[in-house]
Design a protein around this ligand. Structure first.
Ligand code: FDA
Length: 307
C-alpha cells in the first residue's frame, strides 16, 4: 500500500462519517469548500452558471445531499428540483441537472423514487431540461439501472452514469444499448471491494477507454466525465479516427477543477460541461474529492488558513 492509497482510503472512510457530516452542515461552506461548490442555494449559483455559459461552458447542477432516510425529506427534495428547473429555464441557463437517487428516496421505496423522478422529469420535459442520474455505490447500481430503464422508456430527457471500476459495466453497456442512452462514463468514486471492482488504477483506466470506445461506436451520445488528459486525448483521437462529429460527445469536469483545461477544450470547439454542486450538504462530496486527489487537500488547507 503506497501513501496515496492510504490517503485515499482515509478520506473515503471520513466521507461516511455521520458526526462530521452534521458538523459540516452547521459550519456551512467554509474551509475552501466554496472553490468546489457553486453556492449554498441555487439562487447563489445562478450568476456563477451565467458566467460559465458566457465563457462558452455548459453546466450540470447537483443539489448536494445523499442517503435521504425520510419520505418527507425525499419529497421536499423533489419539489426543490422542480423549482430549480423552473429557475434554470426562467434564467435561460444552458444547464442540465444531475441527481442522486438516494436523495429522492431510493433507500425508502422504489415507488417513492419513481414518483419523485416522474414529477421532476415531467417538469424538465416541459421546460426543455435534461437530467442525468449519478451512479452511487455498488449496492445501489442495479436498482439505479432498473429505474433508469423504466424512466427511459417514457422520457428521452434522462441519462445515466456508468463507472469503469465495476467489472459489470461492460455488460451493462451492452444491455443498455437498446435504449440509446446518454451516458456519462467515469472511473468511479466510492470505496468498493475487490469482488465487484478493479482495485488496480491501470485496469480502471483501461476499462474506461474500452467503455468510451464501445459507447461511441454504438452511436450513442457520450459524456466523458474525467479530468485525466489520457482519457480526454483518447476520446479526441477516437472521434477523429472514426469520424465521430463533435456534437456526438462531450467532456464533463467538476466545478473548480482543471479550469484551464476546461476553457482550452471549449475553445477547440468541444462541448465542456461543468458539474456544479450547490447546497449545504457538501461533506461527503468534498471528502470524495479529497480522496481522489491529494493536491485538493493542499487547497483545502489553504482555504482554512486564508480566513
Ligand atoms: P484521476 O483521479 O484518475 O486522475 C488521473 C490523472 O488526471 C491524474 O494523475 C492527474 O494527472 C490528472 N488530474 C486529475 N484531476 C486533476 C486536477 N484536479 N487537476 C490537475 N490534474 C488532475 N463518480 C461516481 O462514482 N459517480 C458519479 O455519478 C460521478 N459523476 C461524476 C461527474 C463528473 C462530471 C466527473 C468529472 C466525475 C464524476 N465522478 C463520479 C467521479 C469519478 O468517478 C472519479 O472519481 C473522478 O473524476 C476522478 O477521476 P478522473 O478520471 O477525473 O482522474
Amino acid at each position: 500500500l503506497n501513501l496515496q492509497a492510504i490517503t485515499k482510503n482515509f478520506f473515503l472512510f471520513l466521507s461516511n462519517n455521520k458526526t462530521l457530516d452534521r458538523l459540516a452542515k452547521r459550519y456551512g461552506t467554509r474551509f475552501g469548500v466554496d472553490k468546489l461548490v457553486g453556492g449554498e442555494t441555487f439562487s447563489q449559483a445562478i450568476p456563477v452558471i451565467k458566467q460559465l455559459n458566457e465563457d462558452g461552458l455548459v453546466v450540470t447542477v447537483d443539489h448536494l445531499g445523499e442517503f435521504v432516510e425520510s419520505e418527507s425529506e425525499a419529497r421536499e427534495r423533489a419539489q426543490e428540483a422542480v423549482e430549480t428547473i423552473d429557475a434554470m429555464a426562467d434564467n435561460k441557463l444552458d444547464c442540465e441537472m444531475s441527481v442522486k437517487l438516494t436523495s429522492l428516496g431510493l433507500d425508502i421505496s422504489r415507488e417513492l423514487v419513481l414518483t419523485n423522478m416522474e414529477m421532476i422529469l415531467d417538469k424538465a420535459r416541459e421546460r426543455g431540461v435534461t437530467l442525468q442520474l449519478d451512479m452511487e455505490d455498488s449496492s445501489r447500481c442495479q436498482a439505479t439501472i432498473d429505474i433508469f430503464k423504466q424512466l427511459r422508456a417514457k422520457y428521452t430527457n434522462v441519462g445515466l452514469v456508468i463507472q469503469s471500476y465495476l467489472y459489470r459495466s461492460d455488460k451493462d453497456l451492452d444491455e443498455l444499448d437498446e435504449y440509446n442512452p446518454y451516458l456519462r462514463l467515469v472511473k468511479g468514486a466510492y470505496k468498493e471491494p475487490g469482488v465487484v471492482a478493479f482495485q488496480d488504477k491501470d485496469m480502471v483506466d483501461r476499462n474506461l477507454k474500452q467503455l468510451i470506445k464501445k459507447h461511441m461506436l454504438n452511436g450513442n451520445y457520450t459524456a466523458v466525465g474525467s479530468h485525466d488528459e489520457e482519457m480526454i486525448n483518447f476520446t479526441k483521437e477516437l472521434a477523429e479516427e472514426q469520424g465521430i462529429p463533435k456534437d456526438r460527445f462531450e467532456f464533463q469536469m467538476l466545478y473548480g477543477m482543471r479550469n484551464k483545461l476546461q476553457h482550452d477544450l471549449a475553445k477547440e470547439g468541444y462541448t465542456v460541461r461543468v458539474y456544479m454542486p450547490y447546497g449545504m450538504e457538501w461533506y461527503g462530496y468534498y471528502m470524495r474529492r479529497l480522496a481522489e486527489r491529494p493536491a485538493n487537500i493542499a487547497f483545502a488547507v489553504k482555504g482554512i488558513f486564508s480566513r
